[in-house]
Design a protein around this ligand. Structure first.
Ligand SMILES: [Fe+2]
Length: 246
């Protein structure tokens, strides 16, 4: 069945529902908020062609390489996100949580995530990290994260960070399917596997309940921003690849 691709933000409904509930003093649990947020993100992916393997399997070599080149900049600037967080972290425990995330990025005893990414990109013959493949919408995406983190208080930033980690599990499950559909296989898929199975959400969610109990609005704001911002970027990345037919 043909899919229709959305323009409106699929997360808008979540924010509105929750604002309404909070105003009515009809408090929902954190678990119920997250489960609804997960569902909305799944629905959003359904409407982005990048996650439709019936379509991505027809990409030509140029489009496959462009995917690796653009996606690199959607992920390859995460260290700056964490750097801002670490410098803002108010406690030793919060700083340790960020440092542990860096350890994870460096792959602990195995190859770093950057090395795994390069392995994936090389398997498609794509050279990544060149300035001309850092397209304006990717600059905007990264800058949008950094502006949010600089502007908001720690609890809202911590919630956003946790939302980011949670989204990773969903994103990478679908991105792995996209990668397989364009012929990526074997060790070149490792980058997707480690992220699909990462337990970063558990690592970062320790304080989420506490933040929710103090101020559900901060969790809602952080999670909603992350999801809307990211789904907008996936749509732009998807459009960029499908409209590039060199
Ligand atoms: Fe990573």
């Amino acid at each position: 069945m043909a899919r229709t691709y959305y323009n409106a933000s699929p997360l808008e409904g979540v924010k509105d529902d929750y604002n309404e509930r909070l105003n009515n003093n009809d408090m929902q649990s954190l678990a119920s908020f997250i489960s609804k947020w997960d569902q909305r993100n799944q629905d959003a992916h359904q409407q982005i062609a990048l996650f439709d393997t019936e379509r991505t399997k027809h990409w030509n070599n140029h489009q496959k390489q462009l995917f690796a080149q653009l996606f690199y900049y959607a992920r390859g600037r995460f260290h700056e996100f964490m750097w801002i967080m670490g410098n803002k972290a108010p406690t030793f425990e919060a700083k340790e949580m960020i440092v542990d995330n860096f350890r994870e990025e460096f792959g602990r005893h195995g190859p770093s995530h950057e090395q795994l990414y390069l392995h994936f990109a090389n398997s498609l013959g794509a050279s990544v990290g060149t300035p001309e493949t850092y397209w304006p919408f990717l600059h905007e995406y990264n800058q949008g994260h950094w502006n949010f983190l600089k502007e908001k208080d720690w609890d809202t930033c911590a919630a956003a960070f946790t939302g980011y980690e949670r989204l990773d599990n969903l994103d990478y499950e679908d991105l792995e399917k996209t990668a397989k559909s364009i012929g990526v296989s074997g060790p070149a898929l490792r980058f997707f596997e480690v992220h699909k199975n990462a337990n970063h959400f558990e690592m970062t969610s320790k304080d989420l309940q506490e933040i929710w109990d103090k101020s559900p609005q901060k969790v809602i704001e952080g999670f909603t921003f992350i999801a809307e911002h990211q789904n907008k970027m996936w749509k732009q990345l998807s459009d960029a690849i499908f409209s590039s037919k060199k």
